[in-house]
Design a protein around this ligand. Structure first.
Ligand code: CP
Length: 312
């Protein structure tokens, strides 16, 4: 595999899930694969899980991870072509990506959207600039519109906890005080569309995600109808797509409660705001999969790095 920047880089999701489970059962079995190989991880935004699980995955493969918080520790990078760099940016992506490629066998990048300029965000200019100007494989650790490591993790977790032939999976919008990106929701949708599950989305009016991503997946604006007979409820906030980046609703009616969840399993990518997105009684119950989800981030990342290392 030459890159992992989108859920569509997964050819057969069930074979990937099986491979991730094999890694999980014996995480150190490929310890020699990454010997003398370096993973450079560049963070334009904060992280806990992605940073630590991807580093752990690299270490499990014998790689040497190098981590840099680009915003703050590095020179501000210019992404525009043919620009006069007499403003705040000190280094162009053309040089930055070429230079980092000399230190790395794989580069992983996290860069969130502005949520102000839809066209710019949807062009994925940070990840696409690294794909264009770096000479080594690129891994997306969450970009403007996708979080494919999280989406793969979520598929692994759902497969692991499925006990019925075709489970019902509900992606539910939940309230939040801040404007959040669409990336996790988008990649979860794209992952579920690859799986044999009954998948529906529920969100308030004004919060429908990009129709080019939701495609034919049913969208309910009535949460209680959508949640009926759910086996998995994945809660996530996102800002409006149509009224781009805006928070239109913050009331608690959409918070996931124990009563709404019933016997379903609860999922969230974390970090999660307790008693805003979901109540304590859900997170502290046996129905919550959030800690196991975070654990599976390591095996998703390890599978991706393994597939890249096998093709270097
Ligand atoms: N789920 C997730 O990506 O967590 P972090 O933002 O902490 O990496």
């Amino acid at each position: 595999m030459k890159k992992y920047t989108h859920i569509n880089d997964i050819d057969d999701i069930y074979s990937w899930i099986k491979a991730a489970n094999n890694i999980k059962s014996d995480p150190l079995k490929d310890l020699g694969l990454g010997k003398n190989k370096t993973l450079v991880m560049l963070f334009f935004n904060s992280s806990l899980r992605t940073r630590l699980s991807t580093q752990k995955a690299a270490l499990n493969l014998g790689m040497n991870p190098i981590i840099m918080n680009v915003s703050g520790d590095s020179w501000a990078i210019e992404f525009a072509d043919e620009t006069i760099m007499n403003g705040n940016t000190a280094e162009h992506i053309k040089e930055a990506a070429a230079v980092v490629s000399q230190y790395a066998d794989v580069i992983a990048v996290r860069a969130f959207p502005s949520l102000k300029d839809k066209e710019k965000d949807e062009n994925e200019f940070v990840i696409n600039s690294f794909l264009k100007y770096a000479s080594v494989p690129i891994v997306n650790m969450e970009s403007s519109i996708g979080h494919p490591l999280q989406g793969l993790t979520d598929a692994i977790t759902i497969a692991e906890h499925t006990i019925t032939a075709r489970p019902k999976v509900v992606l539910s919008w939940a309230p939040h005080i801040k404007a959040l990106p669409h990336a996790v929701g988008n990649s979860f949708i794209q992952a579920m569309q690859k799986m044999d599950v009954e998948f529906v989305i529920t969100n308030p009016e004004g919060y429908d995600l990009n129709p080019e991503i939701t495609k034919n997946t049913p969208i309910f604006h009535n949460q209680s109808v959508a949640l009926k007979e759910a086996d998995f409820v994945y809660a996530k906030n996102w800002s409006s797509y149509d009224d781009y980046g805006k928070v239109l609703k913050t009331d608690s009616n959409w918070m996931i409660t124990k009563e709404k969840l019933g016997s379903a399993k609860f999922m969230h990518c974390l970090p999660v705001r307790r008693n805003v997105v979901v109540e304590d009684a859900v997170l502290d119950s046996d129905n919550s999969l959030v800690i196991e989800q975070a654990n599976n981030r390591t095996f998703a990342a390890q599978l991706v790095l393994k597939k890249i290392l096998e093709n270097l």
